[in-house]
Write a protein that binds this ligand. Sequence first.
Ligand SMILES: [Ca+2]
Ligand SMILES: [Ca+2]
Length: 171
Amino acid sequence: MGQARLVRKAIFALAGIVFLPTFAFARLPFGAQYMDQSGYALGSFALNVVFVESDGSIDPNQEDWTAEQLSQVHEQIDLAVNFWEQQTASFHPNAQLKITVDYANGGAPIHTGYEPINRAGNLSAISVWTSDVLSQVEYEGIPVSEPSTLNEVARYVHDTNWAGTVFVVND
Ligand SMILES: [Ca+2]
Ligand SMILES: [Ca+2]
């Protein structure tokens, strides 16, 4: 077992996450470490998309997703993915950006008591509801608690160089 793998296993253990040896070993770019999750827009990228729905249990319910809105966001994400892949299409094949989109919860909005659009502005305000939402997410049987953990698990599962997470909220 290589040092990098040992380190990553230790990080998962610290995070209370069960390490699954069946995971494909992610293709970390040369020199990249666990927290280097989106250093360059080159190579393969796992994009987690998390739809968030307020349920009124803490903040007053102000915004609600409709099926049409969700469908529109899916289309816009497809367009954006295609745009960025095309931007890099003339690069070396190993450098071209290839994006794998992974919709958390099968694309269904995950409920929270907060109204996200009214709790934006800085990281501490946002983390209130992102933590609540991610506490409900399991990824391939692994619980996640914060975006960096979700990113790292997605990077393993999809065997990509990089990973990132987008929370999509209604306004
Ligand atoms: Ca709502
Ligand atoms: Ca709205």
